[in-house]
Design a protein around this ligand. Structure first.
Ligand code: DX5
Ligand code: ZN
Length: 223
């Protein structure tokens, strides 16, 4: 059976001076989701974008927008990102004092709720919130920067989360983020991932975006 794999280009590696056209290229190339990395210089040592950029992107693409919040106190900003056009809001339990409540809030605003786990965060954090989760994002690098090297120990965590989701009869997407390229895709898909976030392998590649996405899809089946 051919497994459905979603490709989610991360705009972190796009050309910010031509963000709109980079996003359109990704959509035309068959991307399934657009991954937007929001960083605050506190939770992670980097600064990126806020709701205004999400709102601007909402006008140039029909792709679902997955807003990955790498910020302290995400609760304070969730409504603004939903208003800006996010379809999925993904939060880190490491900065959610009340993760259950935060996920309820996200769903209550009418969008999908995601949970992102840092490499050192165990999957057990999902156990009592799984019914509120639409997407699990396994960080396969330490969050903050594009172009880092995949952490192989995360394969065990992906497998464990696959089991956890299956046992709970959850349809949540199992996404991976960090160091995803033609070498690592088959490893994560075999471990149970169904959604692949890739920044530098798509926007930072020496080839066109279409070619980069095609290469990732091929590598899932060939490696
Ligand atoms: C890192 C971000 C990623 C980043 C991945 O903290 O969450 O989405 O863009 O970049 P690559 O694919 O280059 O590792
Ligand atoms: Zn991300």
């Amino acid at each position: 059976m051919v497994k459905l794999i979603r490709i989610a280009p991360s705009i972190l590696s796009a050309d910010f001076a031509s963000l709109g056209s980079d996003v359109k290229s990704a959509e035309e190339a068959g991307a399934d989701i657009l991954h937007i990395d929001v960083m605050d210089g506190h939770f992670v040592p980097n600064l990126t974008i806020g709701p205004m950029v999400v709102a601007a992107l909402r006008h140039v693409t029909k792709l679902p927008l997955d807003v990955h919040l790498m910020i302290d106190n995400p609760d304070a900003y969730i409504p603004a990102f939903v208003k800006a056009g996010a379809d999925i809001v993904t939060v880190h339990p490491e900065v959610c004092l009340h993760l259950h409540r935060t996920l309820q809030t996200i769903r209550g605003l009418g969008v999908k709720a995601g949970v992102a786990l840092n490499p050192a965060t165990p999957e057990s954090v999902l156990q009592y919130v799984v019914s509120l989760v639409d997407l699990v994002l396994v960080m396969t690098v330490n969050p903050g920067f594009g172009g880092q090297t995949f952490i192989p120990e995360m394969l065990l965590k992906i497998k464990a989360i696959r089991q956890l989701l299956d046992a709970a009869k959850s349809c949540a997407w199992l996404s991976v983020d960090g160091g995803i390229n033609t070498e690592t895709v088959s490893l994560v898909v075999n471990a149970g991932a169904d959604t692949l976030v890739a920044g530098s392998a798509i926007f930072g590649a020496s080839v066109e975006v279409t070619e980069a996405i095609t290469a990732l899809r091929k590598a899932v089946n060939c490696n």
